[in-house]
Design a binder for this molecule. Structure first.
Ligand code: G3P
Ligand code: MG
Length: 263
C-alpha cells in the first residue's frame, strides 16, 4: 500500500528510551524509575498505564500486583487507597522500600517538570474496558505534555482508534510483537507516527516497509547492544531498553539515519 503520510517526520527521538523508566536500576513504572532515567541522562521513558477499580489511571504493567509489590491480587480490584497501601519498591531492592504506586497524574507532572518525553503504553489486560481507559488517559496525557514529547502506543488496535477519535493531533505508535503484513492499514487509520516491534521478531523486510513510509521504527526491549547491533542498519530509529545507557555512538554509526541523538 502506498502512503501519503508525512507528519511525524519531525519527531525528535533519542536513540534509546528507558523502558518502564530506568527499570534495570529502579523498580519499573515508578517515579523513582523516571527520576533515575533523568539522572542517567535519558530524555524519554516508556511507561504502562491501566485503570484501578475507581477509575484512577496508574502506572503499572501487570494485570496483578503480585510480581512488583508486597500485595497479591488483580490491579483492577483495587481502589486508589488500596493501591497506595502497597509497597512497590521493596521487591526490587531495600533501597526503594516504601515506594508507592504512581498515578498517571503524578508521572505526567514529573516528566513535564523534568522536560522529558513519554511513550505511554495503553495497557489492556484481559477484561479491561478500552473506552474507559482511553477516555480517562488521553485527555490527561495530551493536557500535560506538548505534542512533541508524547507518543501513545498500544497492542490494542481499538485503543489506538479511540485515541485518534479523542484527539486529532496526538502522536500514535502501533505496538506489535512481529509486525503483521497488514500493519499499514491501521497506521493510515490512526495516522500513526511510529511502529514499535519486538526486536527479536523484527525482519529486515518488515523494517524496510515501515521506514519506506517515513514512519519511525522503534524496537523493544533489547538489553544486549551487541546482539541488537545489526538492526540499526535496517533503519531502526530508537530502542526501548531497560538499560538504555548500553547503546552508544558506535551503534549510531551503523545506522543509515543521522538525525537522531543519544539519550
Ligand atoms: O512499549 C514497548 C513494550 O513496553 C511493550 O511490552 O510488555 O514491556 O509493555 P511490555
Ligand atoms: Mg510497555
Amino acid at each position: 500500500m502506498s502512503s501519503s503520510f508525512s507528519h511525524g517526520t519531525s519527531l525528535a527521538l533519542p536513540m534509546a528510551i528507558a523502558h518502564r523508566g530506568l527499570s534495570a536500576y529502579a523498580p519499573e513504572n515508578t517515579l523513582s524509575a523516571i527520576r533515575a532515567a533523568h539522572e542517567a541522562g535519558h530524555q524519554w521513558v516508556e511507561l504502562d498505564v491501566q485503570l484501578l477499580k475507581d477509575g484512577t489511571p496508574v502506572i503499572w504493567h501487570d494485570a496483578s500486583v503480585n510480581r512488583c509489590s508486597d500485595g497479591r491480587g488483580r490491579l483492577r480490584n483495587l481502589d486508589l487507597a488500596a493501591a497506595r497501601a502497597l509497597d512497590v519498591g521493596s521487591w526490587f531492592s531495600a533501597r526503594f522500600a516504601g515506594e508507592r504506586m504512581a498515578t498517571l497524574e503524578e508521572a505526567l507532572a514529573l516528566i513535564d517538570s523534568l522536560g522529558m518525553g513519554l511513550n505511554l503504553e495503553l495497557k489492556l489486560s484481559p477484561g479491561h474496558d478500552t473506552r474507559a481507559l482511553v477516555e480517562k488517559v488521553v485527555p490527561m496525557a495530551v493536557g500535560a505534555l506538548p505534542v512533541g514529547r508524547l507518543i501513545l502506543s498500544s497492542f490494542d488496535p481499538q485503543a489506538l482508534r479511540m485515541s485518534r477519535e479523542r484527539d486529532g493531533k496526538v502522536m500514535i505508535g502501533l505496538l506489535y510483537d512481529a509486525i503483521p503484513d497488514d500493519w499499514e492499514a491501521l497506521a493510515e487509520d490512526v495516522k500513526a507516527v511510529t511502529v514499535h516491534a519486538d526486536w527479536r521478531a523484527l525482519t529486515r523486510v518488515a523494517a524496510s516497509r515501515v521506514t519506506a513510509t517515513q514512519r519511525k521504527l522503534l524496537c523493544y526491549t533489547p538489553n544486549d547492544a551487541a546482539a541488537f547491533s545489526p538492526r540499526w542498519a535496517w533503519g531502526v530509529s530508537a530502542v526501548i531498553s531497560d538499560d538504555p545507557g548500553i547503546f552508544s555512538e558506535q551503534d549510531l554509526a551503523q545506522s543509515p539515519c543521522t538525525e537522531r541523538t543519544l539519550s
